[in-house]
Each structure stands twice: as structure tokens, then as C-alpha cells.
Design a protein around this ligand. Structure first.
Ligand SMILES: *[C@@H]1O[C@H](CO)[C@@H](O)[C@H](O)[C@H]1NC(C)=O
Ligand SMILES: *[C@@H]1O[C@H](CO)[C@@H](O)[C@H](O)[C@H]1NC(C)=O
Ligand SMILES: *[C@@H]1O[C@H](CO)[C@@H](O)[C@H](O)[C@H]1NC(C)=O
Length: 215
């Protein structure tokens, strides 16, 4: 017969073994989790860091063309930054600049394109409403619409198809085939902003538009 004490010793030994095995398992799992968490944090920081570095180097490239950009970040810090040149106004996916120099439509066309932009193309009523907020009621502003051949075939400078239901002509306009360029202006009698066809060499102000820059 095995003595009582020996039996208890053996049971004790077995119990201790189990405790040891479980302790080793628990410590291993904790270590693994710790490694995983540390790895995730490091990876996340690296990706935020490298994305920021990439944005800043792109920003430096654009600074060769625009002395200063104003950028707005998305919901989280890793999302896209959308930028307009400083002093341009921003609406939806475009940036707008009002040129108060008075010159011909062709000269404005050139000026806008030198800035990587084009004369404003107005696609919706919301866009028209936004643009007129920045204008002076006593001036007329060339936009990117013209009738190059005097055939009343209206063309947008960016090839957007002319959509008659999204136009904002003053009543009784356009009224003269020798007036082949379009301005937006304010009419005092009707107290309304709208479009008017004018001669292309007439000196007027203008509105340039460009796509926002996404970094
Ligand atoms: C800056 O302007 C030049 C000339 O217009 C153009 O070739 C270049 O792509 C522009 N750079 C950027 C980052 O837009
Ligand atoms: C447009 O170009 C003319 C020269 O052709 C210049 O005098 C004028 O300041 C420019 N305007 C803008 C807004 O860049
Ligand atoms: C033309 O403009 C109207 C009014 O904004 C719009 O409902 C319609 O979808 C436009 N058509 C095209 C082809 O863009």
C-alpha cells in the first residue's frame, strides 16, 4: 500500500505542474498581445507619419506654382487635404478667383490659364449663387462661355456641354450675334444677377475657376 502522505505529495505535485503550465500559457498570451498592440501602434504612427511627409512634399511641389495654399483636412488626420491658393474662395470641388483688372475676354482667358485655372464654368444654380456673393453689383465679370462663330452655338471653355436648362440669362438675352462673349452682372431695375452677351474685346473683370488640389 502506498502511504497516505505519499499520495498527497503526488497530488500536490500534479497540481503544481498544472499551475505552472497555465501560468506559462497566460504569460505567453500576455506577451503576444503586448507585442501585437505595440506593433499596431508603431505601424499606425508610421503610416500617419509617412502620409504627412508625402503631403508636405507634394505641398512643396505645388508651392512652385502657387506661393501659398490654404488647405482643409478631412474627417481624420490621415484623410485627404483639399487646398485652394490663398485668397481664392472655395466651393464644392473648385476654387474661384475674382480678377478686378478690366481687360478683354481673351486676355482674361490667358490670365486664368497662366494660373492653372480657366474662366468660370457655371454648372448649377448653387454654383451661380455662390459665385455672385463675391461680386460687385456695379461691375460685369467675364465667364467661360462664348459663341466663337457668332452662330449662337454656346461653348464652355472646359468642353462641358451647354445645358439650356442650367443657364441664367437675363430676360431678353442673349440678343446680338456680334456679342460673342458672356458676362455675369447685376441689373438694377429687376434687381437680379444674370448673364448677358457682350463684345469680347470690351474690357471687363472676370472670374477664374480651378479644381481644388488634393494632397
Ligand atoms: C506647375 O506648373 C507647371 C507649368 O504650368 C506644370 O508643368 C507643373 O505640372 C505644375 N506643377 C504642379 C505640381 O502642379
Ligand atoms: C493679367 O495679365 C496682365 C498682363 O497681361 C496683368 O497686367 C494683370 O495683372 C494680370 N491679372 C491677373 C489677375 O493676374
Ligand atoms: C441640365 O440642367 C438641368 C437643371 O439643372 C438638370 O436637371 C439636368 O440634369 C441637366 N442635364 C444634363 C444633361 O446635364
Amino acid at each position: 500500500m502506498v502511504p497516505e502522505e505519499h499520495l498527497q505529495d503526488r497530488e500536490k505535485g500534479f497540481w503544481w505542474l498544472q499551475v505552472k503550465v497555465w501560468s506559462v500559457a497566460a504569460v505567453s498570451i500576455s506577451l503576444l498581445s503586448a507585442c501585437f498592440i505595440v506593433h499596431s501602434v508603431v505601424t499606425y504612427n508610421n503610416s500617419v507619419y509617412s502620409k504627412t511627409i508625402k503631403k508636405l512634399s507634394k505641398l512643396r511641389e505645388y508651392q512652385q506654382n502657387y506661393s501659398s495654399l490654404t488647405c482643409v483636412t478631412g474627417e481624420t488626420e490621415v484623410e485627404d487635404w483639399s487646398c485652394c491658393p490663398t485668397l481664392w474662395s472655395s466651393f464644392q470641388s473648385s476654387c474661384y478667383f475674382v480678377s478686378t483688372v478690366r481687360q478683354s475676354w481673351a486676355q482674361h482667358w490667358k490670365n486664368c490659364s497662366m494660373m492653372g485655372a480657366h474662366l468660370a464654368v457655371i454648372n448649377t444654380e448653387d454654383e451661380e449663387d455662390f459665385i455672385i456673393q463675391n461680386l460687385n453689383e456695379d461691375s460685369a465679370y467675364f465667364m467661360g462661355l462664348s459663341d466663337p462663330e457668332g452662330q449662337r452655338h454656346w461653348q464652355w471653355v472646359d468642353q462641358t456641354p451647354y445645358n439650356k436648362s442650367a443657364t441664367f440669362w437675363h430676360s431678353d438675352e442673349p440678343n446680338d450675334p456680334s456679342e460673342r462673349c458672356v458676362v455675369v452682372n447685376f441689373r438694377h431695375p429687376s434687381r437680379k444677377w444674370g448673364w448677358n452677351d457682350v463684345r469680347c474685346h470690351e474690357p471687363e473683370k472676370s472670374i477664374c475657376e480651378m479644381m481644388k488640389i488634393y494632397l
